[in-house]
Design a binder for this molecule. Sequence first.
Ligand code: GDP
Length: 390
Amino acid sequence: MKLAMIGFGQAGGKIVDKFLEYDARTGSGIVQSAVAVNTAEADLMGLENIPKSNRVLIGRARVKGHGVGADNELGAEIAEEDIGEIQGAIDSIPVHEIDAFLVVAGLGGGTGSGGSPVLAKHLKRIYTEPVYGLGILPGGDEGGIYTLNAARSFQTFVREVDNLLVFDNDAWRKTGESVEGGYEEINDEIVRRFGVLFGAGEISADDDVAESVVDSSEIINTLEGGGVSTVGYDAEAVEEYDSGGLLSRFKGGNKDDMETTNTTNRINSIVRKAALGRLTLPCEIEGTERALLVVSGPPEHLNRKGIEKGRGWLEDETGSMEVRGGDYPLDEPSVAAAVLLSGVHDVPRIKELQQVAIEAQENIDEIQQESEENLEALVEDDEDELDPLF
Ligand code: GDP
C-alpha cells in the first residue's frame, strides 16, 4: 500500500528516513511521500534520505531551532500554532495517490510526543484517507518524565488516529549496547516488520503472481475499527549450500508431494513463531479483534495451503473471526511471516507504563510544591522585616 509518511520529532524522522532507504533497497514502493517535522534544526539536518524541501522546522519563534527538551505540552502547542507550515509540506503530497497517512513518533520525548496527536487530528479533519500512527514507547531505563510523556501521548494519539501501531523500545533494548548502536538495530527491525506488512499490498503487474495476494484494502480493513495494534514477525532461510554454491533448493525442480508438505509445514511453523515470539508491543494475543497474516518469500516456497493453515491457527489462538491472510512473493532467500494483530486489549506493558507515569506525576508535583516552599523559606527573612522593591 502507498503511504504518506510524516516523521515527527527525532525518532519519527529517523524512522521515516530508514523507510525510504528500505524502499530504495527492496523496491517495495510503500513510501509515496516522506515529510519530517521537528523543532530541532540539528535533527532535521541529520536526516539522509528525506528531501530537504520536505523537512519542516516548526516553533522557530518560540525555541529558535533548539527543540523543546522533553516538554511535550510545548510540543503540542507549537504543532497547533504552526500547523499551517506543516500543511504547506503536506500540500505537495499527491494525496489521490496514497492509501493512507502514517504519522511516526517516539512518544517519550517532546516534539513528536506532543505534536503527533495534533497532526493526526488535523489530517483527519481535512482528508478522507485513513490516518495511522506508529508510536514508539520509551525504554524503561529512560526515566520517569519519558514514561509520563509516553503515557499521556499514547492516550491522546490513540484517540486521534484510525489505528495506533505500537513499537516498544523496552521490549527490544539490549543491555550493554550504546544507545545509538541499539537504535540502529531497533530501527532496522521496525522498518523490516512494517515494511513487509505495508509492502504486501503493493504488487505490481510484472511481479510474480501471488496465489492469494494481500490487497491494500485488506490492510485497511484489518486496521479499521481503531484501537492499538502490534506486529509479529519470523523468517527462515530457504536456500542451502551445495558443492555448486548457493542454490535455491526447489528452483527449476518439480514440486513433489513431499516438497509441498515441507513448504506447508514450514509456513505453518513460521506463522506460529511470528505470533508467539516477540511482538512489536508484547501482549496476550487471545482476544485480538482482527488479524492479518502476510507470508512473503520466493514463489516456489509459498503455497495456499500453508497460509490457510496458518490463518486457521491464528483464528483459534486469537478467537477472532476476522483473520485475513495472503502471500507476498519476494525475491529473497527466506520465507517470512508478518502477523498484524489489530485491536489488542490485554497489554500488561501499557498498564505498567501508566502506573510508573502516575508515580512520576505525583513525584513531580511533590517536588514542585516542596521547591516553592523551600524557595520561600530561603528568600523570605524570618521576621518578615524586609520589603521587596516591587
Ligand atoms: P523528540 O525529538 O522531542 O520528539 O524526541 P525523540 O524522538 O528524540 O525521543 C523520543 C523518544 O523516542 C525517546 O525517549 C526514545 O524512547 C525514542 N527514540 C529516540 N530516538 C530513537 C530511534 O532512533 N529509534 C527508536 N526506536 N526510538 C528512538
